[in-house]
Design a protein. Structure first.
Length: 1061
């Protein structure tokens, strides 16, 4: 070792410090090497006066910390698979070096040069985790072989990246064993310093460095280093200065993991320059430095956009060791920042800052940093973090602007400008927000959601990986978080109506790959499980989905991403509907308007795709592993007909190299075969009870944005620095993702088929398109006249849709986006999905123009996209061990609708008038022969005590079996009364309702109140059962899935269909 003292002096120091102890307590780790590649070694010293032999009772370990926070203790073995220290004897005053089997010659030669003994530790291929596999993020220690927690000597802390690329030498002043890591016990040397390995002499402290005093140069402020722009004025060319400079300031923070070094602060009074700068060093730094005033000599560097100083020889000079940490500076805007928030951030780069509740004092509104992506695992940086944005969450560019337009591009640029990551120096373990401890202790109360304002959070501002990042240094509480879009137990939907009208609610619910086939459900004929990995996860997933659908309280619900395993008793949709309906249990008819009433139960629409007249597990919708589903309440609507609308497939040429060979990925998969598919749409026409109205609802799930289509690869040969084997395609520069042309073809097919059905129509579901993207412009309107192109070589079944040139879609179908319309009226942002740190609407409810007069309200219910993924049903990355993941619900799980999926539900209410008919008979639906007949009294002449009467024509033959009640009014004026009628057989009738004023002293006979009599043509029909009913669409000659059985239905033989028991 360098800086040596004799072993005798070390022993004397040890004796003075404590009574001499024999055996294992004389054994210490005296040197640690973690260098280039496999340059790893541990030196162990016997400080005693007698030889010590490891007889197997003790072992050498390293301890690693997993992403879940668990500590894994691993004994280090020889290449032969035995504990590396067993049988090893260390003579008094001597060392033994455990070296990696593939250590470099310089390391092994140093051991020989110091005449030391060594043993070889295995590599990973030989003994896996029992190898010399430690890194600078792991602790290394000697402990009992049978109990790793009984430690004798330790270096390092697991999970704190303390020893990467460093050599540590034990100081003579710390020769006693350490059961916890003490940074002050070690002298830190540069990477691959190995010359002292095997030398038993302990190290001494080095003399304090004085690089600044020795240089005689002028000392600069951090602002002089930073300058007023995004690059240091001291760098004239390239990325590093030609000269060294001195900079002095107070240490405001230390970074040992995310970056390696410390931050200096000193103010020069210039508001256009930062008062902080980062000092990069591989030298030993610790939090003890915070508050000290130091001076550093080094070159100025721009490292991928961050201005910093590289400490020469990893040394610095302490000017004042007894200072205090500078106070955080409020992150504030100034007029010269203009419209660019990055200027504000750049002015504070390297500084300790605080997020405030009024970032721009020149505005009336208190501008804050808003959450744009909740705390979750970031697969790009492979660590847990959160993303903020200035003033508002980042909106996906095509949500409010036409894709490819200048406004869309401007939105994208502004998103990049407003973005601020919140990170931590040490990587946050799964399920823990280091700067918000209350979140970890009570996550159900202390949640963080998208659009929350965060204030009071402090940290140092850095620039890394193309973004500004706040490395948090303090902790906050719930008082620092304002929920601008708070959780709501039910949607905020205004579906109130006047007394002569009522509302019908339509909603979407993405069920995020709800698969029951691995857990006793029917097998899937089309693909593998994409959902829960265990029975526990499945039950948690189902419970959350059930809560969400109950909370929606919609009368018609479209489902996306439900397993496509048929319609039998063990199919996914059957199991889900049963779980939902278990919550409706009040059977008394008098309770029919209560939320728990059995009258709120749902039934699904099933399709007999194999034509065997039985609904069973062999039926399906399309050929994907998932499909869409449709639920409805028979108490509110009746199913008239249903059909599957086939969506296009693409059968284009494969993307190949010039020689005709297929382009394959790293795993040998074909990158783009030219064959692409979409999930089929399901559509059903419903009759609205108590009206003569019908509405057709289609549930959709268009092609995703992730995987490519043929069009996405066009021009790939000319793309600069593009590796076709692994790079993402570069054609998607309008932020629509992949396959927008294929989705345009689907939108055209959907619009055309829905137009054939006619009447009032609703298109809803996951369109995988933001509001102003091309497929949505086809279905709604295209006011800018943008060219909308459909994909080439598309087919509907076997019938060609568009040829090798695709098609230009010139007409739009005129649907109205209900949520966008109502949100615009209410000056709200529309969004249902979060991807990375951008939000927008992929889930839509579109209505035909004929329904606009019926539209009461529409909104997104922010129960999913706004929430952290920590709240979902998955057990992984939640801080659990692998065994706990299968048996113990994670800390964030609760049986609530929050994070029941990754998409928010869209919900809409349509208003209908009682008896509204438009020439069709009004449908009155009976259950067990009983029905409520509404009577809307539209005269102001109605008085308390008047009697409402109802009659049917033709009159039932046996009136003794019919109950036609009368109703006495309890208030004056216009109002609604409902007749609880029973015993009327199904059929067509004329119903007459009127008010009769009883006889009085002035009128000896009763009289009909003027203007009160109402007559209407009605159809009395039995309410649909809660057992699935299949209505086959009329045969259109296409020979589709239902051709022959459509004919059977027309012949009156549709009754042959049933659900398989």
């Amino acid at each position: 070792m360098n800086k040596k003292v004799t072993l005798l002096s070390a022993a004397i120091a040890s004796v003075l410090a404590a009574p001499a102890m024999a055996g294992i307590n004389d054994i210490i780790i005296s040197e640690y090497v973690e260098g280039t590649g496999d340059n790893r070694a541990i030196e162990i010293l016997n400080t005693g006066s007698t030889p010590f032999t490891f007889n197997g009772d003790q072992a050498l370990y390293y301890a690693s910390k997993s992403s879940s926070g668990s500590i894994h203790n691993n004994q280090i073995y020889t290449p032969e698979g035995t504990p590396v220290l067993t049988g090893v004897t260390i003579q008094p005053g001597k060392t033994i070096v455990v070296a990696h089997t593939d250590a470099k010659d310089a390391l092994t030669n140093a051991i020989k040069a110091n005449n030391a003994e060594s043993v070889v530790g295995s590599d990973y291929n030989q003994t896996k985790y029992n190898s010399m596999n430690f890194s600078g993020d792991d602790a290394v220690f000697i402990a009992d072989s049978s109990n790793a927690n009984n430690k004798y000597d330790v270096i390092g802390v697991s999970g704190e990246n303390w020893g990467t690329d460093k050599t540590y030498r034990r100081l003579a002043t710390a020769a006693a064993p350490l059961t916890v890591h003490n940074p002050k016990a070690w002298l830190v040397k540069p990477k691959d310093t190995v010359d002292g390995l095997g030398d038993p002499t302990l190290a001494t402290e080095e003399a304090p460095a004085t690089p600044c005093s020795d240089s005689g140069m002028n000392r600069l402020y951090p602002g002089d280093i930073q300058g007023e722009g995004f690059k240091s004025p001291l760098i004239t060319s390239g990325y590093i200065s030609n000269d060294e400079y001195l900079v002095q300031g107070i240490v405001s923070a230390v970074s040992t993991s995310y970056k390696k070094g410390f931050f200096l602060y000193a103010t020069d009074g210039k508001e256009l320059t930062s008062d902080g700068v980062f000092i990069k060093t591989d030298g030993q730094v610790s939090n003890d430095m915070v508050g000290q005033e130091v001076c550093v000599k080094g070159f100025v560097q721009e490292e991928y956009g961050q201005t910093q100083v590289i400490a020469t020889d990893d040394k610095w000079e302490t000017v004042n060791a007894s200072g205090s940490q500078p106070k955080a500076v409020d992150l504030k805007r100034i007029p010269s920042d203009g419209q660019y928030f990055r200027k504000t951030l750049e002015r504070h780069e390297g500084m300790l800052v605080r997020l405030t509740d009024n970032m721009d004092e020149s505005t009336k509104e208190n501008e804050t940093m808003r959450v744009s992506r909740t705390f979750s695992f970031d697969f790009d940086s492979y660590r847990n973090n959160m993303v903020l944005s200035y003033k508002r969450p980042n909106m996906q560019p095509n949500q409010e602007h036409v894709a490819g337009s200048e406004d869309s591009i401007a939105q994208h640029k502004q998103n990049n400008d407003y973005r601020l990551y919140v990170d931590t120096d040490k990587s946050a373990s799964n399920g823990h927000i280091p700067y918000y401890p209350d979140f970890n202790s009570k996550p159900d109360k202390n949640y963080i959601r998208i659009n929350d304002s965060i204030t009071g959070l402090e940290g140092v501002l850095v620039y890394a990986h193309s973004n500004y990042r706040l490395l948090a240094t303090n902790t906050i509480t719930s008082k620092n978080i304002t929920h601008n879009t708070d959780r709501k137990s039910k949607p905020e939907l205004n579906d109130s109506t006047e007394s002569d009208k009522f509302a019908i609610r339509f909603a979407t619910q993405n069920v995020l790959n709800y698969f029951n086939s691995p857990f006793g459900g029917a097998s899937n004929q089309h693909g593998d499980n994409r959902g829960a990995d265990s029975e526990l996860e499945f039950q948690q997933q189902q419970a959350k989905i059930v809560k969400a659908i109950i909370g929606l309280d919609a009368d018609v619900v479209g489902l996306m991403e439900i397993e496509n395993n048929g319609f039998g008793n063990y199919s996914a949709i059957t199991e889900l509907v049963k779980a939902i309906n278990d919550n409706y249990y009040k059977e008394n008819y008098k309770d029919r308007n209560k939320s728990e009433s059995i009258h709120n139960k749902y039934v699904f629409v099933g399709f007999d795709s194999d034509g065997n007249t039985v609904l069973d597990e062999f039926d399906s919708v399309g050929s994907d592993a998932i499909s869409s589903g449709l639920l409805y309440r028979p108490s509110k609507v009746s199913l008239e007909q249903a059909k599957i609308i086939p969506m296009p497939s693409q059968q284009a040429p494969m993307i190949t190299y010039e020689d005709g060979s297929a382009i394959t990925g790293k795993k040998g998969e074909i990158r783009e075969s030219g064959k692409n598919y979409q999930r089929d749409t399901i559509a059903a026409t419903f009759r609205i009870h108590n009206t003569g109205k019908k509405v057709t609802v289609s549930v959709n799930h268009l092609k995703s944005k992730g995987s490519t289509c043929w069009e996405d690869w066009q021009g790939w040969e000319t793309w600069e620095k593009f590796d076709p084997k692994e790079d993402d395609v570069k054609s998607n520069q309008d932020f629509q993702g992949s396959c927008e042309n294929f989705r345009v073809a689907a939108a055209e097919q959907l619009g055309k088929e829905m137009a054939k059905i006619g009447g009032d129509r609703i298109i809803m579901g996951d369109m995988n398109s933001y509001t102003h993207e091309d497929p949505m412009l086809v279905l709604t309107s295209n006011p800018t006249g943008k060219t909308l192109k459909a994909a080439r070589d598309t087919f509907i079944g076997k019938r060609p849709q568009f040829g090798e040139n695709g098609a230009i879609i010139t007409d739009s179908y005129g649907y109205i986006n209900a949520v966008s319309l109502k949100d615009a009226e209410n000056k709200k942002m529309s969004w249902s999905y979060s991807y990375n740190d951008e939000i927008g609407s992929l889930d839509h409810v579109l209505i035909s123009p004929s329904l606009k007069k019926h539209l009461l309200d529409a909104t997104d219910w922010h129960i999913n996209a706004a929430e952290s993924t920590l709240y979902d049903y998955n057990q992984g990355r939640k801080g659990l061990s692998s065994s706990e993941e299968k048996t113990t619900p994670h800390n964030f799980y609760a049986e609530t609708p929050y994070r029941s999926s990754d998409h928010d539900s869209a919900i809409m209410a349509l208003g209908y008038g009682y008896g509204e008919a438009d020439g069709a008979p009004v449908l009155l639906a009976t259950t067990s022969g009983r029905m409520d007949v509404p009577y809307s009294i539209n005269t102001d002449k109605a008085l308390i005590g008047d009697i409402a009467e109802i009659s049917f024509s033709p009159e039932p033959e046996d009136m003794s079996k019919v109950a036609l009640p009368t109703m006495k009014l309890s208030k004056n004026g216009k109002q609604l009364v409902e007749f609880d009628v029973s015993g009327i057989e199904p059929g067509n009738y004329t119903v007459t309702m009127k008010l009769v004023r009883p006889s009085t002293q002035k009128a000896s006979t009763s009289t009909t109140v003027a203007g009160s009599e109402v007559s209407m043509q009605v159809e009395v029909a039995k309410r649909d059962s809660t057992k699935p009913k299949v209505v086959i669409p009329p045969y259109d000659g296409s020979g589709g899935s239902f051709g022959i059985f459509g004919l059977l239905s027309l012949l009156g033989l549709g009754f042959l269909r049933k659900v398989k028991k």
